[in-house]
Design a protein around this ligand. Structure first.
Ligand SMILES: NC(=O)c1ccc[n+]([C@@H]2O[C@H](COP(=O)([O-])OP(=O)(O)OC[C@H]3O[C@@H](n4cnc5c(N)ncnc54)[C@H](OP(=O)(O)O)[C@@H]3O)[C@@H](O)[C@H]2O)c1
Length: 494
């Protein structure tokens, strides 16, 4: 059948359909794409994917094209330019169009769309099928004949989640815990890493992007941004932060001559709201297999929850409780990681006291208390990997590299730094009254003293009980990596 069968109205209708197809791609307008499709399509990607679909439903085609692996990646801009065309009627209300095409792709480093990460353009001849349905021409099939590529076309889709990989979304990705999770999962061939940050243009976010993570903008204050960021996730690592709210509020109150304690309530409200926002968004992700929430040592069932002034511990206990009691469906997919005190934590960091002329480890914790300690940079990622890949859901893992009493900390710290360290155990009341340390920090320590252990959770898993135990980083090894000269300056000693 020849072109004689095409009327000028058909010609205009076919051109309109062609424009709808390319414009919907370039504008990422998936409703517009759906509207220009026939109910079923013949898709022949033999030229570059070695795949063909004879009767692909229109919705499936839209899902494929709009997925983050293909054109759904918000960092990817395209222009599908059509050159000369030849039209041929091949049946009643059925036309084949052969079109010269150049598909230009440009992927940016982050959602500010300021810096280009990679460019690559495909030069092809595309054969399209069109069907007239209800008097309107619809796109009914495609066979691109790929000729050659300009630029780094093979790299254009590199930061998109490739088919066959699972996606982990990391909340707190630019931080200590989340950064470790990102680095660990980037090393795993089966995972694509999506890093959430409020500031995609920050140095840390750019480092994550350069290392191969998909960086997306999101804020725990904004549930819509979380729903978007969690789309298609198989795993989510969730860390909520207390101190970013607490510290400036506390400083402002102190500067105004007021008690710092109400700052705890403000930070508590914000952290628990942020946690709930993330949980509601995570509960709506059908692909999700595992949520790992970074909790703390206060068990929601502990009577201390009613009285504690350490709201950073309480906020995380309330978030655990919310997941377990209010979101049982999500709860069945969730595990908790309970990090020990960071190795940089003040309670295990001796300070130089000029008055005494020596280093002193002043601690409100009993000198024989076995404190689990963690290097979050090195070890959080491997522990989270174990909870995602090796263990069933429902685990509460106490994550630590070492367990140390204050006496052992003082002794090991002294040996590594070649300095004498004196241990000075004081009561929390003395810390508060004489040194002005807020109860926010002290109640949690008193709770450890009263319990005689770090965490009261009944069903706590220890690192050695993991199916594949994680390589631990003993405190001595961590100390070896310190720059003692720098540390001396930082702590006020020449
Ligand atoms: N110090 C210790 O010994 C210790 C021990 C165990 C647990 N913890 C807990 O660890 C938590 C902090 O974790 P970390 O040390 O990994 O944090 P961090 O290094 O201070 O980083 C904070 C992270 O939280 C993200 N974040 C903060 N507010 C956000 C928001 N509204 N929306 C999205 N992201 C937000 C930040 O992302 P962007 O700025 O990029 O948006 C950043 O990635 C605290 O809650 C603390 O209680 C501390």
């Amino acid at each position: 059948m020849g072109n004689a069968n095409l009327t000028f109205d058909d010609y205009l209708g076919l051109n309109a359909c062609l424009l709808e197809w390319v414009e919907s791609y370039d504008r990422k307008d998936w409703v517009r794409l759906r509207n220009c499709l026939a109910p079923e399509l013949q898709i022949d990607y033999s030229a570059f994917l070695n795949k063909r679909w004879n009767d692909m439903p229109a919705d499936e085609f839209v899902a494929m094209i709009s997925s983050p692996q293909v054109l759904g990646n918000a960092l990817l801009k395209t222009q599908h330019l059509v050159g000369a065309s030849k039209w041929e009627a091949v049946g009643p209300d059925e036309v084949v169009g052969v079109h010269q095409t150049r598909s230009a792709h440009q992927r940016y480093t982050d959602p500010t769309i300021a810096e280009v990460a990679v460019k690559g353009h495909a030069h092809s001849t595309c054969t399209l099928r069109y069907k007239k349905l209800g008097g309107e021409w619809k796109f009914a099939g495609l066979r691109p004949d790929f000729r050659w590529a300009e630029g780094d076309f093979d790299q254009v889709f590199a930061n998109s989640p490739p088919t066959g990989k699972k996606t982990i979304v990391v909340v707190g990705a630019t931080g200590k815990q989340g950064g470790s999770v990102v680095r660990t999962f980037l090393q795993l061939p089966g995972w694509h890493v999506r890093a959430l940050t409020r500031r995609p243009a920050s140095d840390e976010a750019r480092r994550l992007s350069n290392a191969g993570a998909e960086v997306v903008q999101g804020n725990l204050e904004d549930t819509a941004s979380l729903i978007e960021a969690f789309e298609g996730a198989h795993a989510i690592f969730l860390n909520t932060d207390f101190w970013e709210t607490y510290v400036p509020r506390k400083e402002a109150r102190l500067a105004a001559g007021e008690s710092p304690e109400p700052a705890s309530d403000e930070a508590f409200r914000r952290e628990t709201t942020n946690g709930r926002n993330a949980i509601v968004a995570a509960a709506a992700v059908p692909t999700l297999e595992r949520l790992v929430y970074s909790a703390l040592n206060l068990d929601p069932a502990d009577p201390a929850c009613r009285t504690t002034r350490s709201k950073h511990s309480l906020a995380k206990a309330r978030i655990v409780e919310y997941i377990e009691t209010k979101q049982p469906g999500l709860g069945r997919k969730t595990s908790f990681v309970i990090p020990g005190a960071y190795m940089t934590n003040a309670i295990i960091s001796p300070r130089f006291e000029p008055g005494r002329g020596q280093y002193v480890l002043t601690s409100p914790v009993r000198d024989d208390f076995p404190m689990p300690v963690l290097d979050p940079h090195a070890s959080m990622g491997p522990f989270v990997r174990a909870l995602v890949e090796d263990e069933d859901a429902g685990v509460k893992l106490l994550a630590y590299d070492d367990i140390l009493t204050s006496r052992q900390v003082a002794e090991k710290w002294g040996r590594a730094s070649l300095r004498d360290v004196v241990l000075n155990v004081r009561t929390s009341r003395e810390f508060h009254d004489e040194m002005g340390v807020p109860w926010e920090l002290l109640d949690a320590m008193d709770h450890c003293n009263a319990l005689g252990k770090y965490a009261a959770y009944a069903d706590l898993m220890e690192p050695h009980q993991l199916r594949n135990p994680v390589a631990k980083r003993p405190f001595e090894v961590w100390l070896e990596g310190r720059d003692w000269q720098e540390q001396g300056k930082e702590l006020g000693q020449a």
